[in-house]
Design a protein around this ligand. Sequence first.
Ligand code: FES
Ligand code: FES
Length: 154
Amino acid sequence: MKRVIKLRVNGDEYEVLTETHKTLLEVLREDLGLTGTKRGCDLGACGACTVLMDGKPHLSCLTLALNARGKEILTIEGLSQNGDLHPLQRAFIEKGAIQCGFCTPGMILTAKAFLDERPHPSEAEVKGAISGNLCRCTGYTKIVEAILTAAEKK
Ligand code: FES
Ligand code: FES
């Protein structure tokens, strides 16, 4: 069954006619063309699909788009401001925390929500914060360094 759903994504209002069973991940990627949010496992296990809803990380593969109505959704496309990369995005580049990049949008959004709540974290806290986001390339060391660097610069 199809239905018109209103979503607020990256500060923009969208009205999308879509199947009611679709996940937020599917609507973002397939209906809105926001492919920065990645589909990894589609099972809630990898964190690649993480977006922020009202500032908190959510797995968009496990969230029905219908249930995202009325929330402020932030995807990686909405993180830079006026063409300036977010400090986390800059730190990931500077520290070489990106290889294939598949985990990066979810990792950065998880880190953003974490640093918003905990601006001066310890290394152990950073590791705990990103424990739900899997990376198959980097070994995590550079990612943790990048998040700590972004925290210092804040
Ligand atoms: S794609 Fe959502 S947790 Fe892996
Ligand atoms: S950079 Fe490839 S999965 Fe993380």
